[in-house]
Write a protein that binds this ligand. Structure first.
Ligand code: ZN
Length: 171
């Protein structure tokens, strides 16, 4: 299991079902605690069929998820672990709207397709550089600019796709 895309306060999980998607092509896992809204597929589909704006929004949202999955594939093939972990932490921070993230190294390794020892080495390096503080499954982001400089370009690419398709992220 490797992560292909992350959806948070800016998005929807399973929106394709309301666009007549017949099967789920991926598995969704809740990574962080928080509030979410639940909606019946038939209700969302009905609303989308009555509103061209909502239909367009859902399609464009699904495009951002697809774009993330494409970017993740390229990222895993070409970018090294430290840059990928920085990108991942920045994206998780954006979606959680918090500098404190509760993730174990095992979980990070699984999501990024890295060995746990690799995640441990990278986390140590980032901590030594003062970018994060990591302790027992709790990551505190201390230096966002530093993480942005160390992240691969995929973070910016995914954000630019998002802005182009959906506009600025919600405040
Ligand atoms: Zn990348």
């Amino acid at each position: 299991m490797i992560e292909a895309a992350m959806v948070g306060r800016d998005g929807v999980v399973g929106a394709a079902a309301s666009l007549d998607g017949k099967i789920s092509l991926s598995r969704a896992i809740v990574q962080l605690a928080g509030d979410a809204m639940l909606c019946e597929v038939s209700t969302l589909k009905g609303a989308a069929m009555q509103s061209e704006n909502l239909l367009s929004l859902l399609i464009r949202h699904e495009q951002t998820v697809y774009a993330q999955a494409q970017q993740s594939t390229a990222c895993m093939a070409t970018h090294h672990g430290e840059a990928r972990l920085c990108r991942w932490l920045l994206r998780a921070r954006d979606l959680a709207r918090s500098d404190t993230l509760l993730f174990t190294q095992e979980f990070l390794a699984e999501m990024l397709g890295l060995r746990r020892t690799s995640v441990s080495v990278v986390a140590h390096t980032l901590q030594q550089a003062g970018m994060i503080k990591y302790r027992r499954g709790k990551i505190e982001i201390l230096n966002v600019e530093g993480l942005e400089e160390s992240a691969c370009e995929c973070y910016g690419t995914v954000n630019s796709h998002y802005r182009a398709l959906l506009g600025p992220p919600p405040k």
